[in-house]
Design a protein around this ligand. Structure first.
Ligand code: PLP
Length: 450
């Protein structure tokens, strides 16, 4: 294995002196110095290699350093590295065409952004201008990004510090049977009650004041909760009835993650606007966007769209998207994710749940899974309290340390670990990760009541 501890120490020291990191108390973090990555693995400067069960922040859907995408970025850099957004550029046109070809229904126009939050900001802006209304509904247990509107739409505690009570955002409860806000005991009941709750929320907010309902098709960071059958179709119907724009946020769930091109494809639901980022080019160069349906696109045919970005549709990012989508087509990455979920991760994780009392629920699909860790399977009391820090979070910290000790880099959020590897990992790699999880879960089991 590669090792150069002195070089690693220098990288780390400069980072600590000058890099200000996301979401962190700067004096309390200890970022790992990473020397390189390839496929499903990355390695540090001290001779340690990790199997990445996080795909970065759930974005390297085709793994690290795919040679075809690296070559496409190099080729584009040699030809035309950058250009202003108002011009027609081959890489941009082709990326938009290929994305539109894959997005459902009549979502055929693409507005490019630099990432997910900007995609959400612009989707909301489009909905507001299109409807002439201002209010926007979003779900508790959601994440939509860290910019002003996106963070206010977000339903996790990262919102609190930036919460201006803002700008017409109203939150409601989306379905989640394991911790049902509606005290439901079946998926059908959860679905019906969740739709009724949305109807009631709208009735009291005044449907004619609501521009958009924004939902993650499958909420990701909040816990990977595939909606019960019929829920998304029900929301679609409610939005249609009141002339409300239905925005599906597929920043995390899109581009193969769930075993279909888009999570909405599972339910054959077509939103009015769909946001994307991450998997569109596996995060090799920052890129996000909004896919726009015909009706909303028509609004802006003769009326200028009041929004824009210097780097909208950056040639390097778009060339990376074109190459990524070609790779995914040629290597059948979406089918690989579906196979991984049905035949490897799903069965493997359910087997872990049988052996480990700390696993309260296994849920997910494709390369998109969550283990809900609990102190008590009966009461479903989480292994650590909601938003726990420090000593209260020690059981999850111990679980994370045990994973890393076993060569697995885990995704951890509150009392959950998410199993979100590259969509194209081999069965062998997936099994290596499952074995590491198996060992690490004993650290969580120690904190259960059983
Ligand atoms: N929407 C969803 C569903 C996400 O998961 C994320 C990021 O994790 C975002 C939006 C924000 O994307 P970005 O961090 O690229 O701004």
């Amino acid at each position: 294995p590669y090792a150069d501890p002195a070089a690693g120490a220098a990288v780390k020291a400069t980072d600590r002196a000058h890099v200000f990191h996301s979401w962190s108390a700067q004096g309390l973090i200890d970022p790992l110095a990473v020397a390189g990555a390839e496929g499903a693995y990355f390695w540090d400067y001290d001779g340690n290699r990790y199997l990445d069960f996080t795909s970065g922040l759930v974005f390297t859907n085709i793994g690290y350093q795919h040679p075809a995408v690296v070559a496409a970025i190099q080729e584009q850099a040699g030809r035309l590295t950058t250009f202003a957004p108002a011009f027609a550029i081959e890489a941009r046109s082709e990326a938009a065409r290929m994305i539109a070809e894959r997005t459902p229904g009549d979502l055929d126009k693409i507005f490019f952004t630099n990432g997910g939050a900007e995609a959400v900001e612009n989707a909301v802006r489009m909905a507001r201008v299109h409807t002439g209304r201002t209010k926007v509904l979003s779900a508790y247990r959601s994440y939509h990004g860290a910019t002003s509107t996106a963070i206010n739409l977000t339903g996790d505690p990262r919102r609190w510090a930036s919460d201006t009570g803002s700008a017409g955002v109203v939150r409601f409860w989306a379905p989640f049977l394991y911790r049902s806000p509606f005290y439901a005991s079946t998926e059908a009941e959860e679905c019906a009650r969740a739709l009724r709750h949305l109807e009631d929320t709208l009735a009291f907010e005044g449907p004619s004041t609501v521009a958009a309902v924004v939902l993650e098709t499958v909420p990701g960071t909040a816990g990977i909760m595939p909606p019960p059958p019929g829920y998304l179709a029900g929301v679609r119907e409610i939005c249609d009835r009141y002339g409300i724009v239905f925005v599906l946020d597929e920043v995390m769930a899109g581009f193969g993650r769930t075993g279909r091109w888009f999570a909405a494809d599972h339910d054959e639901v077509v939103p009015d606007l769909m946001t994307f980022a991450k998997g569109v080019n596996s995060g090799y160069v920052p890129l996000g966007g909004v896919a726009i349906n015909a009706e909303i696109a028509a609004t802006f045919e003769t009326r200028p769209y009041p929004g824009g970005l210097t780097y909208s549709g950056h040639p390097l990012a778009c060339a990376a998207a074109v190459a990524t989508l070609r790779v995914m087509e040629e290597e059948r990455t979406v089918e690989a994710a579906a196979h991984l979920g049905e035949h490897v991760l799903g069965p493997g994780l359910r087997e872990l749940a049988e052996r480990h009392p700390s696993v309260g629920e296994v849920r997910g699909l494709g390369a998109f899974w969550a283990l809900e860790l609990v102190r008590d399977r009966e009461t479903r009391e989480p292994l650590v309290p909601y938003n726990a820090t420090g000593e209260a979070n020690a059981p999850m910290a111990a679980f994370g340390a045990a994973c890393r000790k076993n060569g697995l880099w885990p995704f951890i959020n509150m009392n959950r670990t998410h199993v979100v590897p590259a969509c194209n990992i081999t069965e062998e790699e997936a099994k290596e990760g499952l074995a590491a999880l198996d060992t690490a879960l004993f650290a969580a089991d120690e904190h259960t009541v059983e």
